[in-house]
Design a protein around this ligand. Structure first.
Ligand SMILES: Cc1cc2nc3c(=O)[nH]c(=O)nc-3n(C[C@H](O)[C@H](O)[C@H](O)COP(=O)(O)OP(=O)(O)OC[C@H]3O[C@@H](n4cnc5c(N)ncnc54)[C@H](O)[C@@H]3O)c2cc1C
Length: 332
């Protein structure tokens, strides 16, 4: 197998993010979504490439996340990635959680640091915990090595093992195309100057991504963004820093202006002001949906043209918008 074959699959991967439901009604809804989307890897009915299931900050949804992951594994043939954060757990506890997932048959993880608990701005690791996603990647690789024997040592060898279905565990990580205040370099500050919480520096983000790759990550999924240039810029900076793993764009169907505003505020992402004005001015919800889907389809096509290896769709546990989007983007 050659490198170009590894990085040039014949078609983009299509995958879907879900969150663990809180109520029986939510459970029924997410399950309908799983069934619809499992068979909707494209408009022709190809199976989805994978689902991913989020993990609440502080592990508050741990049981519900594990239950949804286990049900998808048991009742569908679609692979599922379990998100996992470093929040609030010692290394020993994190190892136990990884072991539990492995016992349940999970072989795919999204390793994250996690956000500080609500109301806190500083991120503090648990006593004897880990501070960064790259340390969690390394910890999962340690558990993998103990359980399954020696693992492939280079990123390329791991990817080849995956394609040949020889690999035991796959690890994805997060990447960030853009923040409100993103700058290339961290500016000089006095000791007293605390950077704004929205402050992020491209150099740090790319260094973090490189560290995650070096610790054994197989690919990255991005936070949502609204402009293909943000993805292209991340790709450029990452490649320049020696990041070779695939960068899969995370795409949210932009149909609900309230949700877009909320996510921008939560994640310190600049709002797509022109699009929001168009959505606000729409005469009916149906018209807003049409406008939002058209804009998202354009974004999805642009990132695929820029070389994105697939699309990871943020579903919010609904199938309608993402299937309409895929029909629009992938129908020739
Ligand atoms: C696709 C996706 C899915 C997510 N799912 C969840 C979820 O299920 N549950 C949840 O709680 N959160 C989730 N998050 C949010 C994520 O936990 C937060 O964004 C968190 O604040 C950062 O996590 P990380 O894994 O990127 O951290 P890290 O990669 O550890 O980076 C954290 C910060 O440390 C700094 N840093 C790290 N390494 C270096 C380095 N080598 N050099 C310089 N600076 C460095 C960077 O400034 C970076 O901002 C998700 C995010 C994405 C993009």
């Amino acid at each position: 197998m050659t490198t170009s074959e590894l990085y040039a699959p014949p078609r983009p991967t299509i995958s879907f993010e879900l969150y663990p439901p809180r109520t029986p009604k939510g459970e029924a809804q997410v399950w309908e979504t799983v069934q619809r989307l499992a068979a909707h890897g494209d408009p022709a009915g190809r199976e989805a490439d994978y689902f991913s299931v989020t993990y609440g900050a502080s592990g508050s949804t741990a049981e519900r996340s594990q239950a949804l992951v286990a049900r998808i594994l048991a009742e569908t043939t679609v692979p599922v990635i379990a998100h996992l954060t470093c929040v609030g757990r010692s290394r020993t506890e994190l190892r136990a959680v990884v072991e539990e997932f492995l016992d349940a048959g999970v072989r795919d993880f999204l390793a994250l640091r996690g956000d500080p608990p609500q109301g806190e701005t500083e991120w503090t690791p648990a006593p004897d915990g880990v501070s960064r996603a790259c340390d969690l990647v390394a910890l999962i690789r340690e558990v993998e090595a103990e359980r399954f024997g020696t693992r492939a040592s280079t990123g390329l060898a791991r990817l080849a093992a995956h394609r040949d279905r020889r690999a035991q565990v796959s690890i994805a990580v997060a990447a960030y195309p853009g923040y409100a205040d993103i700058v290339d370099d961290r500016p000089e500050t006095n000791d007293d100057d605390v950077p704004a919480p929205s402050f992020r520096c491209r150099k740090d983000e790319v260094a973090a991504l490189r560290a995650k790759q070096d610790c054994g990550a197989d690919f990255a999924i991005t936070q949502l963004f609204f402009d293909a240039d943000a993805y292209r810029e991340l790709q450029r900076a990452a490649r320049e820093a020696g990041v070779t793993i695939p960068l899969v764009p995370g795409i949210l169907p932009l149909t609900d202006p309230a949700r877009v505003r909320k996510l921008c505020a939560l994640n310190y992402i600049p709002e797509p002001t022109a699009l929001l004005a168009e959505l606000d001015a729409a005469a009916t919800p149906e018209e807003a949906t049409r406008i939002g889907l058209r804009a998202t389809a354009r974004l999805a096509r642009e990132v695929l043209e820029a070389g994105a290896p697939g699309l990871h769709l943020y579903t919010f546990n609904r199938h309608e918008a993402v299937t309409a989007l895929l029909d629009e983007v992938l129908t020739p």
